[in-house]
Design a protein around this ligand. Structure first.
Ligand code: PNS
Length: 180
């Protein structure tokens, strides 16, 4: 490569997409794919929150995310605890990505974005809208519908459906947990 050619940057413009991802939905997938087109790299950061009682452990959620984005070298999966802005600073992020589904998301997201800006003025929050078909999907509703026997097909990646089935079996002592 001649010295006049631009060297590919080691990191480029990187964004952190933080969240609980309990579990990953097709709305999250849509935002991650949009983020990966906008930035050179997107780090999907799973919050380690000892107060919440998640359905999937942090390790399970990380494994699901890694499997879902195995083919996309622009997507990295990580975990974080403590303040998001401290994590973003440590990672050298240029932006925080958050998805906005509906007006109801706005107030909470607006508060968080402004608080994060107060804590780290150089860090920009970028809001992205998922495809309209995903605007009503949330991890909370997915868990509720699935656990009550409803279909979540098309709303989560197939591997998440499999993991939900396994989780349900392990919680109810179903066939997948019984000894052969
Ligand atoms: O997907 P979620 O659960 O809505 O994500 C919320 C998340 C992880 C973005 C938020 O809880 C967070 O950033 N937590 C880290 C602690 C922190 O920085 N709190 C101050 C936010 S203004």
């Amino acid at each position: 490569m001649s010295s006049s050619q631009a060297e590919p940057t080691a990191t480029g413009r990187m964004a952190v997409y933080p969240g609980s991802f309990d579990p990953l939905t097709n709305g999250h997938v849509d935002i991650i794919e949009r983020g990966a087109r906008l930035f050179d790299r997107i780090v999907v950061a799973v919050l380690v929150n000892i107060e919440k009682r998640p359905l999937f452990s942090v390790d399970e959620r990380v494994a699901i995310l890694r499997a879902a984005f195995r083919g996309n070298p622009k997507v990295e999966v990580d975990t974080f605890g403590g303040l998001l802005v401290d994590y973003a600073r440590r990672k050298g992020a240029h932006a925080i990505v958050r998805g906005l589904r509906a007006v109801s998301d706005f107030e909470y997201e607006f508060q968080m974005a402004l608080m994060n800006r107060r804590l780290a003025p150089q860090l920009e929050t970028v809001f992205m809208m998922p495809g309209e078909q995903y605007t009503y999907i949330s991890s909370r509703l997915i868990k509720e519908v699935f656990m009550l026997g409803g279909s979540v097909g098309g709303m989560v990646p197939p591997l998440v459906e499999d993991e939900l089935r396994k989780k349900q079996a392990s919680l109810t002592g179903g066939p997948e947990t019984r000894q052969a």
